[in-house]
Design a protein around this ligand. Structure first.
Ligand code: TYM
Length: 321
């Protein structure tokens, strides 16, 4: 029997190359060797997206993104989190096993608090719902970017608490975080994230892509001045998109033989070549939304079967049935 892989992405409308390298690329590379559950975390998105049309649109964008980057619905159960009955019930059961003091340690909550942003209960409870996602399917591996590591640790803690309180039920999942892409940087050098407005979208048009690349922040060193590749935000992206040229570009930086403008031009060429087929596949899917919806229905049925088994086991163990 194959081990199970599970992961998800929030439909917040900003699917970007950080999501791709940090998570989606791993889903694609691992899809042959696991039984795969990959979903659209629409309930999680509601902690920030409170607009029906936007949520629907973003949800389809993620479904198409999964298919456009190469997930094969014959190998991967693709589904919407909210369509699986039981996941919010499991979240409730886990809520009753999780202390407020633990949730107060969660980075997303702490950041929002520190910035004085309003914190809704959804945001506060975010890690518990995520534990329900992960544990529901008895997942073995969870490929994610670095920012999700704490959530996976919390899911493991919740699994242990449940197992100790009732009896052995949940597996302890392992996070899969690929070091070189654990945190992909955005155009300003901070972590690529919608909240920093520094993303490069997976589906950005050629024109937008060029503009964003030209806006990447650099220092003011002149073309013939030696430059430090490891300190350069453009070079960080060369490592992802210019693999064959990375050594040569690094040498040219150190020898003062490349301007930031030329470095950006090369990056644009390579990124555009990489993103073009993904963009094209997405355009095809835009014309056939019925196919995308069929894939989600098929995925839902497979995921629901597993969820039903887990929920009947859990409800018996806790005394609800
Ligand atoms: P989300 O939607 O914020 O991000 C989706 C995935 O992309 C990764 N990621 C990055 N990786 C590297 N560099 C970046 N700059 C970058 N930005 C985002 C994230 O780490 C993530 O793997 N809570 C999750 C969604 C979720 C989930 C789950 C994931 C809900 N339930 C269960 C795994 C298992 C989230 O908000 O991801």
């Amino acid at each position: 029997m194959k081990k199970r892989l599970l992961s998800g992405i929030k439909p917040t409308g900003d699917i970007h190359i950080g999501n791709y390298f940090g998570a989606m690329r791993q889903f694609v590379e691992m899809q042959d060797n696991y039984e795969n559950f990959v979903f659209i975390a629409d309930y999680h998105a509601m902690t920030t997206v409170l607009d029906a049309a936007e949520l629907k649109k973003n949800t389809m964008e993620i479904a198409k993104a999964y298919l456009a980057v190469g997930l094969d619905p014959q190998k991967v159960h693709l589904f919407r989190q909210s369509e699986i009955e039981g996941v919010t019930e499991l979240c409730w059961i886990f809520n009753c096993l999780t202390s407020i003091s633990t949730l107060k340690l969660a980075h997303a909550y702490k950041d929002a608090e520190a910035k004085g942003k309003p914190v809704n209960m959804g945001l506060f409870d975010y890690p518990v719902l995520m534990a329900a996602d992960i544990l529901m399917y008895k997942s073995d591996v969870v490929p994610v970017g670095q920012d999700q590591q704490q959530h996976i640790e919390m899911a493991r803690e919740i699994a242990k608490t449940f197992n100790n309180t009732f009896s052995d039920t949940f597996k302890l999942p392992e996070g899969v975080i690929v070091k070189t892409v654990a945190t992909v940087k955005g155009t300003d050098g901070r972590k690529m994230s919608k909240s920093y407005n520094n993303t490069i979208g997976l589906f950005d048009s050629e024109e937008v892509l060029r503009k964003k690349i030209m806006s990447i922040v650099t220092d003011s060193r002149k073309p013939d001045e030696p430059k430090e590749p490891e300190e350069c935000n453009v070079f960080a992206l060369h490592k992802l998109f210019s693999i064959d040229q990375v050594k040569e570009i690094s040498n040219r930086y150190k020898e003062g033989k490349i301007s930031y403008k030329e470095s950006k031009d090369i990056l644009f060429e390579n990124m555009n070549n990489f993103l073009k087929p993904i963009r094209e596949k997405k355009a095809e899917l835009d014309k056939d939304e019925k196919y995308v919806l069929d894939v989600l229905t098929q995925g839902r049925e497979a995921a629901q079967k597993v969820a039903n088994q887990t929920m009947s086991e859990v409800k018996k163990k806790v005394g609800l049935i």
